[in-house]
Write a protein that binds this ligand. Structure first.
Ligand SMILES: *Cc1c(COP(=O)(O)O)cnc(C)c1O
Length: 404
């Protein structure tokens, strides 16, 4: 390890204001799903341009509720990607449904719309697309297929707070939403954080009501309403709901984080632009691709290593130089939690040539996991840090290609 300061993969951007903001709910005596949550929801809806925003404990909750609310039931199929954090596919299975995986486009790491139609069956109940690491998926193409087949679209926008898409002649935030529901995460690895936390946005008031019912045990009347009523109210429980609440402490932090979002986006975009320059001439390295109609929030900066470069060796060499990296986004279908029969690539298991950890139809997903790496990018990074990353990567690729 060199003696310069270690560069981590990510760092949350939190400060004194967030710490201060938690005083109010703590001292008020209302600490969960109360006024801070309501205010955070309104501010998040305003930021995205959605009619409704509903806060939950994390994005995994959000995905689960979104799929339930659009009608996913046991025995159904949901078309999604394997190449995502495992929560995407898990949410489908929580509903008793089967994830049907389509491959990604190698340039954007997002769902390839051209592959969707061939896996649609009469059991298909929804499409769950992902704006992977903050890069908007091709919603125009995905939505036109979904509309043709009358399928709801849920957007896994876990990483995409602040990302934008060019839509009807304007740049608009992800989450307005264009599909039926968009789901966000506020985990510390995402661009704004509440420790843990999640949000659902929709323009459909019936869906929003469903989220609100299900996030709080299926309770017919929320605590806030009973608390503020001068009449005695008896609640009822009409469906088995969940406890997916966000606390007011988290929401208070989230509200401060939202005020920082413009600066966070500006910084992240500047850092990404600088990486494009610094890394452009490393032979064989493929830099992230941003389609003309997309503006990423650069939640992660994912590069593809040159042919013949060993991923683990490159990562180790960089770690030896004091720089953290991560391998490309995982593939759910290669994990022990996804044995044959729990997912599909659109071909019946007995007819598909899928081997353990390898599926011919998910080739680009697997290549992205095996060949790509994530390099550090966070608001507090400076130019010298980025130069160190670039130099270490250049050295590591050179060593690996020579087989050292
Ligand atoms: C982080 C992430 C999730 C899970 O979010 P949590 O808030 O941790 O539950 C889901 N999908 C994707 C694509 C993610 O990156």
């Amino acid at each position: 390890m060199s003696n310069s300061v270690f560069i981590p993969i990510a760092k949350p951007y939190l400060g004194e204001e967030e710490a201060q903001a938690t005083h109010k709910p703590i001292l008020s005596g209302w600490v969960t799903q109360g006024p801070e949550v309501a205010a955070f929801e309104q501010e998040f809806a305003a930021m995205t341009g959605a009619a409704h925003a509903c806060a939950v404990g994390n994005c995994t909750h959000a995905l689960h509720l979104a799929l339930l609310a659009v009608g996913v039931q046991p025995g159904d199929e949901v078309i999604t990607v394997s190449h995502s954090f495992i929560a995407t596919a898990n949410a489908v299975r929580y509903c008793g449904a089967k994830p049907v995986f389509v491959d990604i486009q190698s340039e954007t790491f997002n769902m390839d719309p051209a592959l969707i139609e061939r896996v649609i069956t009469d059991r298909t109940r929804a499409i769950l697309c992902v704006h992977q690491v903050g890069m908007p998926a091709d919603l125009q193409a995905i939505l036109s297929i979904a509309r043709k087949h009358e399928l709801p679209v849920v957007e896994d926008a876990a990483c995409a707070t602040g990302s934008e898409i060019f839509w009807n002649g304007n740049w608009e935030k992800i989450g307005k939403p264009r599909g039926d529901v968009a789901c966000f995460s506020f985990h510390p690895r995402k661009v704004v954080t509440t420790g843990d936390g999640g949000m659902l946005t929709t323009n459909d008031s019936r869906l929003d009501q469903q989220f609100r019912l299900l996030r709080q045990h299926g309770m017919s009347v929320p605590d806030t309403v009973r608390h503020n009523s001068n009449q005695v109210i008896f609640e009822s429980y009409d469906v088995p709901g969940y406890n997916f609440r966000m606390t007011d402490l988290q929401a208070a932090v989230g509200r401060v984080q939202l005020t920082r979002l413009p600066y966070i986006l500006e910084r992240r975009r500047a850092l990404a632009a600088r990486y494009h320059q610094l890394l452009a001439d490393i032979p064989g390295v493929v830099l992230p691709f941003e389609p003309q109609w997309a503006r990423s929030n650069w939640q992660s900066y994912v590069i593809r290593l040159p042919e013949g470069c060993d991923q683990r060796q490159v990562m180790q060499s960089m770690l030896d130089d004091g720089i953290a990296t991560r391998r490309g986004v995982m593939c759910a279908h290669r994990e022990p939690a996804y044995p044959s029969g729990t997912w599909s690539c659109g071909i019946e298991p007995q007819e598909c040539n899928c081997q353990k950890g390898s599926c011919a139809r998910l080739r680009q997903s697997e290549l992205a996991q095996d060949r790509a790496i994530v390099i550090p990018l966070y608001v507090q990074m400076n130019e010298v840090d980025q130069e160190r990353v670039a130099a270490a990567l250049r050295k590591a690729c050179g060593l690996s290609q020579r087989g050292e």
